[in-house]
Design a protein. Sequence first.
Length: 202
Amino acid sequence: MPSGNGLSSSPSNNPEPHNGPRFPKVTAYDNVRAQHKLVTEKFGKDKWQESLAKAGMDRDAIFLATSNVDAQLTMKAIASVCEVLGVTPVQAADAFGDYWVNVFASKIYAVHFRGVTSARDFLLKMNEIHRVTTATIPDARPPRFAYDWTDPNTLVMTYESQRGLIDILVGLIKGVGRRFDEDLRVSKVGTNRVQVVFPATA
């Protein structure tokens, strides 16, 4: 079975300035913050405010890192953004995934990419990333992934979460492929499963 490169980051082994209690944490708040930055940077602040209004929220709402941002709010924000911008949920998920991986997370959570040289390695360490980044967050319920290799280059990831963000996961995996300059074929093969076909290796 293909495996990762064995490298991992944790609060104890990560170099300064992101070691110990300074190790970056990924929260649901970051999903909304990334949406905000993506929409405002590419389409303007007014489009984001309009999206918030359509989602039934204050146009000038401010989300703090300590806010209790649940999956329903994330989905409402995505749905309203789709309506305001005139894009499909799939297009929105792909744009969000690409932005999250290659712009947002690359700057703020660069530590999680340390020592990773391929899309395959990164996807295989996602459980560890979620475990470490949510270890000190009260009531955290991070997603978990089960892996099934149907052949040496085809991976089926089972998404274990009650959040129902499977389409976002597809977009994120595509973004991972772009980060490592790999032509991944990514498709949803069920309500909680995603198939990833990696380029054939020599």
